[in-house]
Design a protein around this ligand. Structure first.
Ligand code: ADP
Ligand code: MG
Length: 569
């Protein structure tokens, strides 16, 4: 139960405001989250963390010298948007590039991915490392597909330590990935958590039992167990985590970083009771514990529960795990005061840079296409909604209308500012993602940004560059969404579309002809999705119901590509 609430919808924002007031020497508010209050050396790699709120200290509590440079703070348990990501990164970047670190959840992957594409188009070197430490959420061979839970703190600390040591972005990225590869967590829940303002918890645990394999967003455990003494719980957790201990080779000699994490409503004294046994068991296994943490690092509102995380160290990982840090929630060693960071007030997004005339002229065509997209989406809205309701949630028509409307409006603003093609398309992508929401909104927004990244603001593109941009847009959707042909998503239409473009890219045919052929391939493939069941996206859970109806995202994709073909006529 959350007792201290003003308006439940503003809980996360109110909390962040109070947090920055409490730690003025560590953090300052920017649009979308917080960045360090202290200055960082020019050229230092920035570590930007983030995700939904409701997990403090994760993620904002780790902002400060030695760990993160900024945190993107979404609503309670909800991924932040791409515009929040870009805003925080721009305020945190020191010219050495930025590593984005967040837990592996579909919404975060899409919105951070979109933000990263926009930032890359703006010339910032952005890398993404998703954290996936929860052994309950997938099999060992699929470690990278697991959820991120309390192991977040281990991975983020290593990345922050490496950045503070002045390592370059390739090396910091490599270390963050290695830290994630070497980190394992298992958790248990005694009670569910209750969203601020809600009367009922998101799930309940049968009294006298606990759930093993909890999530941190009210996902209950994967199995239920009779309550047992703390020492037996300790044994259970240690066994689970040690089942994936790597061989003692390649620099791993049995030294481990350990986090015993409280989920929000479990007392520190209880955590210590548990850790007493854990430390003995680890010693029995001939393991040496390095700088353990027993306390709250990744909580889940008022959930009662605990998790055990281990990072199997090598020399480098240990060095950055124990390196000094001075953040609101994590302090160790000594850090010299570096003076105050003056953040340029969240860059005024209303100022759109003008491009060279040749690029601005081409941008005019892009804006016309986006207007056509809006018209097409509005006309198809009822039908797209109808087919999404059969196996999905019925909002695809609305999502496409909101997204294309926002993109077309943004394009008009860019035209008025005489913007170049790159600027126009990446801004339109951001507007689409913000305006539409949903899976398809994030994917389309990212696609526009990726296509925009192929263009410049100076010159008009060649025919080959235009096709390359379209292929880049299509690729970004497969990269971001991870769907394969046959999963019954828009990918089923866009892969044949992109393949057809690739086949003809260097031919002597006109753009009109090449595009027409590709759009027809998309149309045929979109219709053919009626014959398969969904394996990805929301429709997956009701896959069989979708048989006989085409995938809404594939249909809308084909419609928009056809709209471009009509424009080229
Ligand atoms: P949501 O599923 O969030 O309600 P929409 O209804 O706007 O989003 O879009 C649904 C469409 O998104 C699906 O018809 C499918 O084509 C597409 N989609 C869902 N998941 C993926 C994915 N992983 N990769 C590509 N496309 C996807
Ligand atoms: Mg939907």
């Amino acid at each position: 139960m959350t007792f201290l609430v003003n308006n439940p919808e503003e809980f996360a924002a109110d909390s962040l405001k109070g947090f920055t007031a409490a730690f003025p020497n560590h953090v300052q508010l920017v649009h979308g989250g917080v960045v360090r209050a202290t200055e960082s050396p020019r050229g230092e790699v920035a570590v930007v963390v983030g995700g939904g709120s409701g997990h403090y200290p994760a993620f904002a509590g780790w902002v400060g010298p030695g760990i993160a440079h900024g945190s993107v703070c979404g609503n309670i348990f909800a991924s932040p948007s791409a515009s929040q990501v870009t805003s925080v990164v721009k305020a945190a970047d020191n010219g050495g590039g930025t590593i984005l670190l967040f837990g592996n959840y579909a919404g975060d992957v899409l919105h951070f991915g979109n933000g990263a594409n926009q930032l890359r188009a703006a010339g910032i070197d952005v890398r993404i490392v998703t954290i996936s430490d929860d052994i309950a959420s997938n099999t060992p061979d699929k470690h990278d597909d697991r959820r991120g839970i309390a192991g977040d703190v281990l991975v983020v600390k290593v990345a922050g330590g490496a950045a503070a040591a002045g390592l370059d972005i390739n090396k910091v990225e490599e270390l963050a990935r290695r830290a994630n590869t070497r980190t394992r967590t298992i958790g248990i829940a005694f009670t569910g958590c209750t969203l601020p303002g809600a009367k009922e918890p998101l799930f309940t645990v049968e009294p006298g039992t606990f759930g093993l394999g909890l999530g941190i967003h009210g996902e209950q455990g994967i199995s239920s167990h009779e309550m047992m003494p703390a020492r037996d719980i300790a044994k259970m957790l240690v066994e689970k985590v040690l089942a994936e201990e790597p061989a003692r080779e390649n620099g791993y000699t049995g030294r481990v970083a350990v986090v015993v994490n409280g989920l929000g409503a479990t007392k520190y004294e209880e955590l210590f009771v548990l850790y007493g046994t854990i430390s003995e068991l680890l010693a029995d296994h001939d393991l040496t514990v390095v700088a353990p943490i027993v306390g709250e690092q990744v909580t889940s509102l008022d959930m009662a529960g605990v998790s055990l995380s281990l990072m199997y160290l090598d020399e480098e990982l240990e060095k950055y795990w124990v390196a000094p840090a001075d953040t609101p929630a994590f302090r160790t060693g000594n850090i010299e005061n570096a003076g105050t960071r003056k953040v340029v007030e969240a860059e005024d997004n209303s100022v759109i840079p003008a491009g060279a005339p040749a690029s601005a002229e081409f941008a005019r065509s892009l804006a016309e296409i986006l207007e056509l997209f809006e018209k097409t989406a509005r006309a198809a809205e009822p039908e797209l909604g109808r087919i999404d309701a059969i196996a999905g949630d019925g909002d695809h028509g609305q999502g496409m209308t909101l997204g294309t409307t926002a993109a077309a409006k943004s394009a008009r603003e860019s035209l008025a500012a005489k913007a170049g093609a790159r600027t126009l398309l990446s801004r339109a992508g951001a507007a689409w993602s913000e305006g539409a929401g949903g899976t398809s909104g994030a994917l389309w927004g990212g696609a526009l940004a990726a296509a925009g990244g192929v263009f410049s603001d100076e010159t008009a593109p060649t025919q080959e560059e235009i096709i390359t941009a379209a292929i880049a847009g299509a690729n970004s959707i497969t990269d971001m969404g991870g769907a394969k042909v046959g999963d019954k998503t828009m990918v089923d239409a866009l892969v044949p579309f992109a393949d057809s473009l690739k086949e003809n890219i260097s031919s002597s045919k006109s753009l009109k002809e090449i595009w027409n052929t590709a759009a027809e391939a998309a149309q045929t493939a979109a219709e053919a999705t009626a014959n398969i069941t969904a394996r990805k996206g929301r429709a997956r859970t009701h896959g069989d119901a979708s048989l006989g109806t085409p995938d809404p995202g594939a249909i809308s994709f084909a419609l928009l590509m056809q709209a471009i073909a009509d424009f080229l006529q």
